[in-house]
Design a binder for this molecule. Sequence first.
Ligand SMILES: *Cc1c(COP(=O)(O)O)cnc(C)c1O
Length: 397
Amino acid sequence: MNDISDPSSSNPVRSTLLPYGQQWIDEQDIEAVVKVLRGDFITQGPAIEAFETKIANYVGAKYAVAYTNGTASLHGACFAAGIGQGDEVITTPITFLASSNCVLYQGGTPVFADIDINTYNIDPLDIESKITERTKAIIAVDFTGQPVEIDRISMLARDRNLVLIQDAAHSLGASYAGRKVGAWADMTMFSFHPVKHITTGEGGVITTDNEHYYRKLLMFRSHGMTRNPKELIRNEGPWYYEMQELGYNYRMTDMQAALGLSQMDKLDGFVARRREIAALYNESFSSLQGLIVPKQHSNAESSWHLYVLRWLPEYFAESRESLFLALRNENIGVNVHYIPVYLQPFYKKLGYQTGVCPNAETYYDTVITLPLFPRMTESDVADVITAVKKVYARFKN
Ligand SMILES: *Cc1c(COP(=O)(O)O)cnc(C)c1O
């Protein structure tokens, strides 16, 4: 495959690598950050609350709490949910490591439920089958930006008295049954890593309607401390603060919040462009035998963080690795999302075994992620389509 005599690598579709994801920062964003740098507060200032309010209003939640990154936000959510030793939390294996690592941080036990092989999201029926008397919470992940079946999962959580945390790192701007992601679950996490819908460099947020969770989230991101007179056990004076929980320093800076505020102005445009590109991919690939384009649930309006294409092995002469390398040789920055979390060596060491989520493993063995980000030009999109068709024609049985 990497042979230099290979005709596809000597005459690639592109001369430079197209990444699978990338931020889009403009002059307005840069000015917003510079303004903070020239001001009085570069952290713990007014931009944080302004950013939190903007996110909360956008998704239709009462509260938002900004954190240093999405992973820290999930850690905060697990803390607020009261997850500890002996508690089980059900999540999907087709996600980034953070969705289940946050449970381990709190001493809890992640339990993996299988995915629906059509949407690649966690299967509500398999969640149900994994519930035990120790189950405390569900962390549902909107994989690729397509919301999970949050109505069914919410009902399940309510019936079984479980906390529902939505990992919406992929789905800012997405809706389910006409209602924005961020207003459905007990707590919802968004990430602002540069490949996500909007960026703050590193950053994350939890949205919630629940005041108890909100207070816990605020404390947890700042050492478990409070200065709120209503929360103090005693009050020794205006200087007085109390540490009531073991928290961390998970605070976002004002520079980041200012960038986030400015990026929020562009969110709907970014999502619209992502949807356009995904539609072009669907149109180009859906009729090619052996390729599976991502199926959408009828209630889901995805914000398309990722575009994943499955290549059914029975239709191709070579392995997924060869197909992947052939696309890379065309300078298309393909990727694979994700390796099932429980197959990682660390999880294996904890006792997780191959085979627990067969759909997830089948999915993983057959998938390739194509580049998708709003700044892609028409010609970038055309390059991806040309390269996929070229590799398809070359390897199709
Ligand atoms: C990006 C991501 C996270 C973690 O967010 P960071 O901001 O990178 O810490 C968690 N879950 C999923 C599904 C993600 O894609």
